[in-house]
Design a protein around this ligand. Structure first.
Ligand code: ATP
Length: 245
């Protein structure tokens, strides 16, 4: 579903992403791990067509992220770490606006179904500015999945959520994957959540992909480590993980 070949991003002389190659299979929940500044958001921004690579290529659902960016956009949803919504409109109005922009054929049905799927109908008519972080994020998620994308990208989805919010989000991610068959690509620092949710992982270190495998193989390979956190540190180390700039 996602095929990345030698993908590179340079900002001037600085290489933020250094020729990564990676395959994410259809139906996977892929956890993209790495320290602050490793290049996760840069990768996600390129895969979601928000940023142009300076080298290499990638396809999503068979479409090239540069030459077929509109096809890519039709096939993906993206929830950034800080969800962008109109504070003075209600949640429902935000979704109506977005549904119009993306040309959804039966917007009311789509909005109703999506809000129900996310158990968000009770606050649909509140203004975004009056919602909690968890509720806002749920509406950001509604906006990202209303057109039933093949791939959903999540950047730090659990950041700022309380324990109940984290559990609810985990259940939504798993349900979306099982019931709708959505492939999910998520950047996360919350290794406990990654261990509970993901089917495969990749680890970035200073812009290079240093590890990728299924979660099951990873747990087998590192069977002496009792948590994903310990596995992560034995793959990635932590001694030289200082910011690069
Ligand atoms: P975090 O976990 O903190 O969100 P990340 O893995 O998502 O980190 P990126 O945001 O992709 O990391 O940043 C990768 C590197 O690229 C960092 O060193 C960052 O400072 C640098 N970088 C990101 N955007 C730019 C930019 N527009 N210009 C120059 N450097 C940038």
């Amino acid at each position: 579903m996602i095929e990345i070949k030698n993908l590179t991003k340079k900002y001037g002389a600085f290489t933020a992403l250094d020729g990564i190659s990676l395959i994410v299979k259809k139906g996977d929940i892929f956890g993209f791990l790495g320290h602050n500044g490793a290049g996760k958001t840069t990768t996600t921004n390129m895969l979601t067509t928000l940023l142009e690579p300076t080298g290499g290529s990638a396809t999503i659902a068979g479409f090239d992220i540069v030459s077929q960016s509109m096809d890519v956009r039709r096939n993906i949803g993206y929830v950034p770490e800080n969800v962008q919504l109109y504070d003075t409109l209600t949640a429902y109005e935000n979704l109506e606006f977005f549904a119009q922009l993306s040309g959804i054929s039966h917007p009311r049905d789509a909005i109703g179904e999506t809000l129900e799927f996310l158990q968000a109908t009770s606050f649909a008519h509140k203004k975004i500015g009056e919602l909690s972080k968890g509720m806002r994020q749920r509406i950001g998620l509604a906006q990202a999945i209303i057109h039933k994308p093949a791939v959903l990208f999540l950047d730090e989805p659990s950041a700022g959520l309380d324990p109940t919010g984290i559990i609810q989000l985990r259940e939504i991610i798993i349900r979306l994957n099982k019931e709708e068959g959505t492939t999910i690509f998520m950047n996360s620092h919350l290794l406990v959540e990654v261990a509970k949710t993901c089917t495969a992982i990749g680890v970035l270190n200073h812009g290079k992909l240093v590890y990728t495998d299924t979660l099951a193989n990873t747990l087998k390979r590192f069977k002496n480590e009792d948590s994903l956190e310990k596995i992560y540190f034995s793959i990635n180390g932590d001694a030289d993980n200082k910011p690069r700039n």
